[in-house]
Write a protein that binds this ligand. Sequence first.
Ligand code: I6G
Length: 677
Amino acid sequence: MADVSSAAYEEAMALHEQLNYHSHQYYVLDDPVIPDAEYDRLMRRLQELEAQHPSLKTVDSPTQRVGGAPLSGFKTVVHDVPMLSLDNAFSDEELLDFNRRITDRLKSKEPLTYVCEPKLDGVAVSLLYLDGLLVRGATRGDGATGEDITENVRTIHSIPLKLQTSLPPSVLEVRGEIYLPLAGFEKLNDEARKVGEKLFVNPRNAAAGSLRQLDSKITATRPLEMAAYSLGQMKGVDQPQTHFETLMLLKRWGFLVNPHVEVADNIESCLSYYAKMADIRDQLPCDIDGIVYKVNDLALQQRLGFVARAPRWAIARKFPAQEEMTQLLDVEFQVGRTGVVTPVARLAPVFVGGVTVSNATLHNQDEVTRLGIKVGDTVIVRRAGDVIPKVVSVVLEKRPANARDIVFPDHCPVCHSPVERVEGEAVTRCSGGLICSAQRKEAIKHFASRKALDIEGLGDKLVEQLVDQGLVSSVDDLYHLQLEQLAGLERMGPKSAQNLLSALSASRETTLPRFLYSLGIREVGEATARSLAHHFGSLESLCSSTLEELREVSDVGPVVAHFVHEFFQQPNNLEVISRLRQAGVRWSDIEVQDQQSLPLSGETWVLTGAMESMGRAEAKEKLQHLGAKVAGSVSVKTSCVVIGADAGSKLTKAKELGIRLLDEAAFIELLRAHGEL
Ligand code: I6G
């Protein structure tokens, strides 16, 4: 280090420590302590020092995560300890059989203790650390040999470049899964869509594709993560006695360990763990395809050993597949509330993601072109959670000779008006407006929906009958329906007809946000409707607002402002509103407070930990309504911190700084006191 003064060296080491700490807080613990700008400032300072003194640029420097020069190919890595695969169980019975088999083999009288862990849907990797420094990353490959992806793994922030310990093992091989969280996957595909690039089929393919990049600068742009799940080898330090202790050791050394890992005292608890995770699978930030169970006691693991290429002491209980193959039988075109004509795939029924799927959206013409799909094709269908099933790809090898092209209609399949494709939009629209009965039906369904006027008993089928029989053509007609008219409809007796009339009557009393949402203005969802209502206070004031005034509303950009403005310029829309009011639909105006006089104006609030009664987005919106700014990290400028369950370092920092704290109950009380609940 001839070029380095001791002051520069000390400063660089201090910056390493700070940056590693903050990177771990952000990427591993999901609990940032400082704002991004402050992190960037520290990073720039280190880059500056390294530019002045190149020998400071060591392999474990936090600056080395941006990727290096492109490679011409990947080297082969021979795994010292083979990377095995896992046996699968597809039912509770198969899991119970597994437990019985190994309990018998061990001649154990006591129930076996297991570690339960979600099985992430990503790419298995091995990371080698020598004396605490990351020296190699490799893919699993065929288990015996894989590919050297060191340059790429270095770009992943949740992988420590240096272990967080002053006494590292001389050799450590950590195994785990590199995956792409769903939010990162969506973002990547959104960007690809914008520039007309090919989309990734699912997060696993996107993770695999990102790791296969010869140019690690590209990998560095992908928000990959790694969760460590086991050891390949470890030398020079004492081995823990259990698998759970091993995971905790890896966590202390700086690895991300899945936060849902649990110890189960017997196989029955393993079954409950599976049921619990299956329940929350759709709310997790990343795809999981099952649960892995491992015998916790490492001495017992050793006694059990391996069969063929899988350990006897572990098993993966798989969830129902989220992707399956089926055939595209036909394509039909549906017309939505705003006239969008959507191609819908009619599929040979297939069991996927826990339900039988026979329809899937094909979105629009661009998507049909992108998929290169034809009627008769064999396709891969994906259904994750409650998300609408989607055709993700075509199996071209299976295309039959008589496969036929999907032709978009040039006239609306319902009202026969011409369809048009607006420049800059991916969708085709029916130009029929309210003469199109499909659009009218959808507008009425939206008006009656739970978050709009919440008309109980007015379901989709009933709306279709009402429109088809000419009893309702606009939402205000609903309020003039007579008992005899309703009682004469299919599956409607006098009792349900009377109930519907009562529900219609009750729906007249509503709120301004609900009413605005019910109008079905393009791009105005529930949250925007609430913002508009709170900003303008009355329908009159909103109706007469200018584009500039609309742009002043929080979360309203130029596109939304344009749609809102245009909606209230249309005489038809104003007439419908007027008829609704004549029919008795009413609400109270909201007292508009100027931003300066709101109860929390001028204050900066921070939310930390999980709340039971609402999500973070909702809590943030409510605080903003009260005039507060909501920040992501605690500083001297913070006015108050709301603490949910498992609050971490933000709480510690707030206590250090003596900042006012509110628990969930007190927060709810405050929202109630200000009419936000
Ligand atoms: O493929 C795997 C996914 C997850 C694993 C695994 C795992 O633990 C959570 N564990 C082992 C031991 C192996 N494969 C071989």
